[in-house]
Design a protein around this ligand. Structure first.
Ligand code: PGA
Length: 252
């Protein structure tokens, strides 16, 4: 079956209002002008400029969302942002379980699953990130780790179209290193099998699995052409409109 590709940008903790709005407007303008939108686009700016970026991308077809959310709906959770608040700002989705959240904030699979569930309940789309560290890869544990993460982080109510998995080997993020295409193919096929165990074969077949970790204009075409790679989650290269768009252009 053919799954639509998703080109997603994760700005991380980068971008002040003027630059972020300019970057989002440049990308949204180009996407809006495409007569035939063969792929989907998503951008995740920092919380502080989410509303401004959501406004800038409004009516363009580009999906705007956050990089994290609370598992709670509201209440005494100082500093947290609920999925409903994101929805209220005009967000269409949220990334949960990014390795930087798992590492910097000790987020566990169980917490990631709770966040994903809360986001789904609020009507958001969700990108759930998984991926092994270098030590885990070197120890030959990649499939064990991503299998455990799929089972632990993917809510039972997930559906294709609403939930996307992003496979991001931690050692490939921001390093310029990428796994071999054979490794990416192997892990993505394995992840699809794990999704089938949780949600059934039919849902697994429809669910998009993104690759993330040092995706750039020069390697995007090859990575995105692999079986079971249904798009990319892009950090550094999503911060420059030309580079982000050059990656998108590989799908036209
Ligand atoms: P990178 O980041 O493209 O800068 O490697 C990817 C990510 O962390 O989502």
């Amino acid at each position: 079956m053919t799954r639509r590709k998703l080109i997603a940008g994760n700005w991380k903790m980068n971008g002040l209002k003027a630059d972020g709005v300019a970057l989002a407007s440049a990308v949204a303008g180009k996407y809006k002008a495409l007569a035939d939108k063969k792929f989907d686009m998503f951008i995740a700016p920092p919380f502080t400029i989410l509303g401004a970026v959501a406004d800038a991308a409004k009516d363009s077809g580009v999906w705007v969302g956050a990089q994290d959310c609370s598992q709670f709906e509201k209440g005494a959770h100082t500093g947290d942002v609920s999925p409903t608040m994101l929805k209220d700002l005009g967000c269409g989705g949220v990334i949960v379980g990014h390795s930087e959240r798992r590492t910097d904030h000790g987020e566990t699979d169980a917490l990631v699953k709770e966040k994903a569930s809360a986001a789904l309940k609020a009507g958001l789309g969700v990108i759930i990130c998984i991926g092994e560290t270098l030590a885990e890869r070197d120890a030959g544990k990649t499939l064990d780790v991503v299998g455990r993460q799929v089972h632990g982080s993917l809510p039972a109510e997930s559906t294709a179209g609403r939930v996307v998995i992003a496979y991001e080997p931690v050692w490939a993020i921001g390093t310029g290193k990428t796994p071999t295409t054979e490794d990416v193919e192997e892990v993505h096929a394995f992840i699809r099998g794990q999704i089938a165990e949780v949600l059934g074969a039919d849902m697994a077949e429809k669910m998009q699995i993104l690759y993330g970790g040092s995706v750039k204009p020069s390697n995007a075409k090859e990575l995105l052409a692999l079986a079971d790679v249904d798009g990319a989650l892009i950090g550094g290269a999503s911060l420059k409109a030309e580079d982000f768009w050059a990656i998108a252009e590989t799908q036209m």
